[in-house]
Design a protein around this ligand. Sequence first.
Ligand SMILES: *Cc1c(COP(=O)(O)O)cnc(C)c1O
Length: 358
Amino acid sequence: MYSAAFPPSSRYVVDLRSDTVTRPTPEMYEAMQNAPVGDDVLGDDPTVTELEELAAKMTGKEAALFVPSGTMGNQIALASHCDRGDAIIVEEEAHIVYYEVGGPAMLAGVVTFTLPSNRGAMDPGNVEKHFLKRNLHTPGTSLLCLENTHNRGGGSIIPIETMREYRLIAEQHDVKIHLDGARVFNAAVALGVPVIDITEHVDSVNFCLSKGLRSPVGSLLCGSHDLIDKGRIWRKRFGGGMRQAGILAACGLVSLTKMVDRLAEDHARAKDLAKRISVLPGLSIDLDTVETNMVLVNTDAPAGDWQAWLAEAGVLCFPVAAHRLRLVFHGDIDDDCVDRAEKAFQEVADRCQHGITN
Ligand SMILES: *Cc1c(COP(=O)(O)O)cnc(C)c1O
């Protein structure tokens, strides 16, 4: 039953483009079929309510809001925390500035100050230096945005000690903290701590159900009652109010109760493949930076060429820079996929070395 979820072609392709590509598990299809539902915009969907309560509890927040995407969750957070014309601080390659098509300027109407980082972790002293007090000339900083794990950092983890430092300085300057925790459960599992050990240091967190947690759709924005009440209005305004959303929330409940611990398998396979292919000619990998479910591969040849050659050999991935590929591990990648990916990399490395790449 439900085998349509896994079309045969997918068995021959190792898809390392993103952890968003996972299809729902059979257990999720069953949960969707059996979920009690209602009109969630009217507050009537018991499955959505159950999911929001569980998310709030796990992250240690008063309330949560089920939203269609991580991007919307982040944009709702900015709009709910900030007034128009406020300043926010965000890491210079963060999803919020890099992959949300100008949302902060267009939607919340905030001015964005971007800071450099060590693989996603900004220096707390430098952050503090850039907090602005509002006066006749300058905007006031109302929000610090963090990203953990960090996507363009290669799934890198911000140490808990650094999270604590951000909290201290933010409190001193009356600045709120929003965590783009699309993959915060990956960080928690890799550190071997409950997610609340990370989220306790922030005012709001958004995390994705649709990545390593394997749900088809959805994210949760968690925070205070006040913030989530504002967020519910912004969600409606952005067109994100969903009616019988319980069919999606049912998958989210499977994600939060059954899919968190298994993230460790994705991390182990990422390390395993990274180690195996790091010895190949024509590429290099800094193995110490493989902390969660992503591997950044530096290629001598242009990354776009590698992408095409690997695709021919049955492995899909994305370039993230001129000479850098990103590999992302997820629930649809098993040990056999890792073996096949290794073979594909070997094949391409071989062809590169012998100059028969065209
Ligand atoms: C994936 C991701 C998001 C949200 O993505 P959506 O596709 O909108 O769900 C937000 N932040 C980070 C860091 C991400 O990797």
